[in-house]
Ligand binder design. Structure first.
Ligand SMILES: Cc1ncc(COP(=O)(O)O)c(C=O)c1O
Length: 439
């Protein structure tokens, strides 16, 4: 089974009625580090990285980039790059994190629809390997930056291939009415602009990303075909030598028992077979392939531990169990109606006899983490473990209600290490200032 097809980290087991992850008792982790707590299982993360690298070995020249927007921390960058992945980054902050973690900058690809000038300058200065130009503004800024530094810059052109991949509206990015990338009708103008005005910029190839939490490989087939044909067309019409394709990320994970994502190997086979066929027909040789998965790399490794607090039984209605976190540490349910599953980490073998709704602690009625789930009877102090929270939880977390962001621990072989410290009350006010006239 592919890691992305598992709801729980691969090391999950039950001992003495407790949930164990990475050899660590999650109830003890909650006690030691406090809750809410993000827990990342190193074995699951390394296994999925290996799976990706192995799956794409069948292609002669493929690089897997971890889309760090899913979870960007220094330790996570260390692990994924040790496993042979590069990084897809989307901000100066992600570049800085990688730089300070001493990641090889040439393995970075910089994406984004409104990269700031200082971010592009930083990317060029530290030698980020590829920049995906999303729009004319990007090209103009890069032209200026490359000229002022007399430095060559390698770019891909991000295009919107016009694919509807049947995922949630907010996470579709490759359809035509999208803020990302050049529309196919604008690509020629972009090529002309670069080749005529910016001699230090080299267009190495094309990039697209068709969406997220994708279960149907058909979208990748369409995307691969469109990109391969577009690359061949541009090479022919403008006598270029574009030789790189980045198909983006998007592979789904199993948040709930109903979710049925394809295996990583299946997606790799589909992509490799489609591209090989297209390249042969189009007479293209030695085309470098990038893919940039985020969610499917990190999601399954992560669980979040919460402590049960108040409960409310609505007369003839739902039973709410409130936990000590919620939409500020996991905004996905309130933002995307995302669904999760969970267990009572200290009552793993108890019968699941109560239908409850897990509510967050934040001051919004919409702060519900899981609606209607069967769990054992719960009392304050019990520990809830929500699975598959590695991706887009910490990275999207906020300080809503002035609540400190949780810490994160890495577990492996019965050892736990902090990789992100829990914020303190002092951290919360550290950027505040009271002007003199208010004192
Ligand atoms: C350009 C690009 N690449 C990669 C990703 C990663 O997608 P996922 O986490 O679904 O694999 C995203 C996500 O939004 C993206 O916009």
């Amino acid at each position: 089974m592919s890691v992305n097809q598992s709801i729980k980290p691969i090391t999950s087991e039950v001992k003495n009625n407790h949930l164990i992850v990475g050899g660590c008792d999650t109830v003890e982790l909650a006690e030691k580090y406090g809750t809410p707590l993000y827990v990342i299982d190193e074995s699951t993360l390394r296994k999925v990285c290996k799976e990706y690298v192995d799956a794409f070995k069948a292609y002669p020249n493929a690089t897997v980039l971890y889309a760090s927007k899913a979870l960007a921390t220094s330790a996570i960058f260390k692990i994924v790059t040790q496993e042979g992945l590069g990084l897809d980054v989307v901000s100066g902050g992600e570049i800085y994190t990688a730089y300070k973690a001493e990641i090889d900058m040439s393995t970075l690809m910089f994406n984004g629809n409104n990269k700031q000038e200082w971010e592009l300058e930083a990317a060029v200065d530290v030698g980020v390997g590829r920049i995906s130009a999303d729009n004319f503004h990007d090209i103009e800024l890069l032209g200026k930056i490359s000229k002022s530094r007399n430095k060559a810059v390698n770019i891909l052109l991000r295009i919107t291939p016009g694919i509807d991949c049947h995922t949630h509206e907010y996470i579709q990015t490759g359809h035509l009415d999208s803020k990302f990338g050049f529309d196919l009708t604008q690509v020629d103008e972009a090529v002309k602009l670069v080749t005529s005005d910016y001699p230090l910029i080299t267009i190495k190839g094309l990039h697209a990303h068709i969406g997220s939490q994708i279960f149907d490989t058909a979208g990748y087939i369409d995307e691969a075909k469109i990109l391969a044909n577009e690359l061949a067309r541009l090479n022919k019409e403008y006598s270029l030598n574009l030789s790189e394709l980045n198909l983006g990320g998007g592979l789904g994970v199993k948040y709930t028992h109903e979710d049925n994502p394809p295996e990583i190997g299946e997606v790799a086979d589909v992509v490799i077979n489609t591209l090989s066929g297209e390249f042969k027909n189009l007479g293209l040789k030695n085309i470098k392939l990038y893919i940039e998965p985020g969610r499917s790399v990190i999601s399954t490794s992560g669980v979040t531990l919460y402590t049960v607090g108040a409960e409310k039984q609505v007369p003839k209605g739902a039973k709410y169990i409130s936990v000590d976190g919620g939409m500020a540490d996991n905004p996905r349910p309130s933002m995307y109606q995302a669904e999760y599953t969970c267990d009572a980490a200290n009552k793993m073998n108890n019968p699941k006899e109560e239908l409850v709704t897990i509510a967050g602690r934040f001051c919004e009625s919409g702060d519900i983490l899981i609606k209607d789930i069967k769990l054992p009877s719960l009392v304050p102090g019990d520990i809830i473990c929500i699975y598959n929270t590695g991706a887009y939880n910490y990275s999207m977390a906020s300080n809503y209600n002035r609540v400190q962001k949780p810490g994160m621990v890495l577990v492996n072989n019965s050892q736990s290490d902090i990789i992100v410290y829990r914020e303190t009350l002092e951290d919360l006010i550290s950027q505040d200032n009271i002007p003199d006239r208010l004192k």
